[in-house]
Write a protein that binds this ligand. Structure first.
Ligand code: SAM
Length: 368
């Protein structure tokens, strides 16, 4: 028995709502060792001092796990041993809130600093949440943590990014195995960067993408005209964490059941209705002629694209779909018929220090 097996059983039986600590405790109670053991022990050690009591039978068999805050009940079977899950007692404190999923990559235009402005403008309850320019997905993960949507559709035109989301959702263990094989070194970085992702399997491609993102200069994503990633190696004082397994597991859990589209924003969101919500976070209108560092894909996002997006936003708002959009102030004139708020939004990734200064952003809300 190993942690993967336990996870499979728990996910198929209870929809994956168990934390790694719960799983680890079951595993350790069985007294078996696995490859994952060291990680599990480290995780548990980091929570020493947290009151986690559990009801287990003595010996090698887990008889029951008592949960005091969730309505899970019933027996589950792990390798022939029946584990009974009981609700209502107070002796077991669930630990599922220990890890909240957060963006697994650094991405230009990340919304951490302006998140509250966006979050407070989106509905409290959303049937299907659409984020068609998902990037690192800061808002998506924040809404997921608040359980504000029933379903979600995320999309982006960056194929490497979208493939990575899908692999995290569908084949996480393979991805983690690959990521743990990478080292932070310039030599390995350049060799990995030189590989054509088309020649890799989907999992290898996702691992390469995360590795390059963690080790490149400033977390930039930039390609040349041929679409080849060309960001230089990043020199960091402390070694970057290439495989953040705990967060990747939390991300994977959030992504279960989520539609992940490699498509243009309109294709991803045209089906939305008034019970849903769309958040648009397109590439910014450039600050200056030289500030085109965030091309994300080889095609870029032109002024014409910005105008088209504004027309689409208006169309959605008129159809009573809750819509929120963020952009740089340069795009303000396209949204004059809507409610616009100006906020300070530091641009956290930029090619030059001039562009890295604090700039005003706009948050546009559709009138409903
Ligand atoms: C400003 S970033 C989004 C940042 C994101 N909100 C975050 O928290 O990291 C814009 C994203 O739009 C994507 N993109 C560019 N053109 C697009 C298009 N036509 N349709 C959908 N996505 C597009 C880029 O690849 C990029 O990931």
């Amino acid at each position: 028995m190993n942690i993967d097996y336990i996870e499979k059983v728990l996910v198929s039986t209870f929809g994956g709502r168990f934390s790694i600590i719960d799983k680890a405790k079951i595993l350790l109670k069985f007294g078996r060792t696995t490859n994952a053991d060291a990680d599990i022990k480290t995780t548990i050690a980091s929570f020493q001092g947290t009151e986690i009591n559990e009801t287990f039978a003595t010996g090698n068999t887990v008889d029951s796990i008592v949960s005091d805050d969730i309505g899970d009940t019933g027996p589950i079977t792990i390798e022939g041993h029946t584990v009974n899950l009981v609700t209502g007692a107070t002796s077991f404190k669930r630990t599922r809130s220990i890890m909240r999923a957060k963006p697994f990559i650094k991405w230009a235009g990340g919304k951490r600093r302006v998140a509250n402005h966006v979050l407070e403008r989106l509905p409290k309850e959303i049937e299907t949440y659409y984020e068609p320019f998902v990037g690192g997905g800061y808002i998506f993960f924040a809404l997921a943590a608040e359980k504000r949507f029933e379903n979600a559709v995320i999309g982006d035109t960056n194929l490497e990014l979208i493939n990575t989301y899908r692999v995290i959702r569908d084949d996480l263990n393979d991805l983690i195995r690959r990521l743990t094989g990478y080292q932070y070194s310039k030599e390995e970085y350049l060799a990995t960067r030189a590989i054509d992702p088309e020649n890799l399997c989907l999992q290898g491609r996702a691992a390469r993408f995360i590795y390059l993102n963690k080790c490149c200069f400033n977390g930039l994503y930039r390609t040349n005209k041929k679409g080849q990633f060309n960001v230089p190696f990043g020199k960091f004082k402390s070694t970057p964490k290439i495989c953040d397994e705990e967060n990747l597991r939390a991300v994977s859990e959030v992504l279960q059941g989520v539609d992940i589209a490699h498509d243009d924003y309109k294709e991803t969101s045209w089906i939305a209705s008034s019970r849903d919500a769309i958040y648009f976070d397109p590439p910014y209108m450039p600050l200056s002629k030289t500030a085109n560092f965030t091309s994300y894909t080889k095609d870029g996002f032109t002024r014409e694209n910005q105008e088209e997006l504004a027309a689409y936003f208006t169309q959605c708002a008129r159809a009573q779909i809750p819509v929120v959009l963020s952009n740089s102030t340069e795009a303000k004139s396209f949204y004059t018929e809507h409610d616009i708020t100006l906020i300070d939004g530091p641009r956290s990734i930029a090619g030059s220090s001039v562009d890295r200064k604090t700039v005003k952003e706009i948050i546009v809300t559709g009138d409903r």
